[in-house]
Ligand binder design. Structure first.
Ligand code: PMP
Length: 327
């Protein structure tokens, strides 16, 4: 089906695609000041709706949004948009909640007097990848945000013997310094976009992002798993988005009595893994067959990946919050 005629929920109205615009004074235009979720519709049901709404509202709270709509209002907007569009299977929703329209341009949330702007963009989107085949990844130089940064400063040191001056760096400050936490699902996506550009330039499908210490955090748009000698591993959630698909797959791994380790994982462990896959709402479980030019395992979709893909697919057929009025 085509997206030409889709209807989009903006603010509190349903508008045609051509009319679906936000104000140039909206916080999302002025500063990427917005939170979002991507959801999928399978067979008349919204998959993991409550989990996505919880993450959306937690993100809005962490960013101190005011006049946030209620969960019931957002749910109603989602259902109405789906029903108006007749979208009951294989559809995707891009849900955004911006801090809202400002009285004047500028950064301060004090300029937002009208409450949040809710956008429910339901679209027909093909699967991101052919998950029967593998994707390729490269490691980006752009690092994933870390919630904890420490300032370093430089001081000039003059050698008393030869009188040459040097800059000495790495004086860490002792105060905790806050940065944008990867647990907030915000629209400030420029680091991820820079990483994706690095992936595109290397003809890879996506790019691995490292955390501030050089361990793997996730890719520019998905979480990541590996299998080594039968053990399933995924980076701990200190520096990655706590993905809903990640949590679902971790549950499946436990239910299938496989050993799961959630810990710091270095890049070389990914380079030498038997199997690797990424997880995300749109791509589900996507097998990875090449990382930084190294073939993963034997270069085919591995048995653990296939087993979990099958279990995940069964979940999507059963679970989910039913769209009212759809029979
Ligand atoms: N990591 C990042 C950076 C993402 O943007 C996304 C998708 N929103 C994910 C991981 C996957 O999260 P989820 O499984 O909740 O879709």
């Amino acid at each position: 089906p085509s997206n030409e005629k889709i209807l989009v929920w903006v603010g509190d109205e349903i508008l045609t695609r051509d009319m679906a615009t936000v104000s140039v004074f909206d916080s999302v235009v002025q500063g990427g000041d917005s939170v979002w979720e991507g959801l999928r519709i399978y067979k008349g049901k919204v998959f993991k709706l409550e989990e996505h709404l919880d993450r959306l509202f937690d993100s809005a709270k962490a960013l101190a949004f005011n006049n946030v709509p209620t969960q019931d209002e957002v749910k109603e907007a989602i259902f109405k948009t789906l029903i108006m569009n007749g979208m009951f299977d294989n559809a995707h929703i891009r849900l955004s909640l911006t801090r809202g329209k400002k009285v004047t341009s500028g950064m301060s949330p004090g300029f937002n007097l009208y409450g949040c702007t809710l956008i429910v963009l339901a679209e027909w989107k093909p699967p991101v990848y052919d998950n029967t085949k593998g994707i390729t990844l490269v490691t980006a130089t752009t690092r994933r945000n870390s919630p904890n940064v420490r300032h370093t400063s430089s001081t000039k040191y003059v050698c008393p013997l030869c009188n040459v001056s040097y800059l000495i760096s790495d004086f860490s400050c002792s105060r905790p310094c806050q940065n944008l936490d990867s647990k907030i699902h915000h629209n400030n996506l420029l680091n991820n976009i820079l990483a994706k550009i690095e992936g595109n330039n290397a003809n890879a499908d996506d790019a691995i992002m490292l955390d501030k210490d050089g361990y793997v955090s996730e890719t520019n748009a998905t979480n990541i798993f590996l299998v080594k000698k039968g053990i399933v591993m995924t980076p701990h959630a200190d520096y990655c988005l706590p993905g809903i698909t990640r949590a679902t797959v971790m549950d499946l791994v436990k239910k299938e009595n496989l050993v799961l380790e959630e810990r710091r994982i270095s890049l070389s462990e990914f380079h030498t893994a038997d199997e690797v896959w990424t997880t995300g709402t749109m791509g589900e479980l996507s097998p990875v067959t090449k990382i930084d030019g190294r073939v993963v395992g034997d270069g085919t979709v591995g048995p653990v990946t296939r087993r979990l893909q099958n279990s995940f697919q069964k979940l999507t057929e059963g679970l989910g919050v039913p769209i009212p009025d759809y029979h």
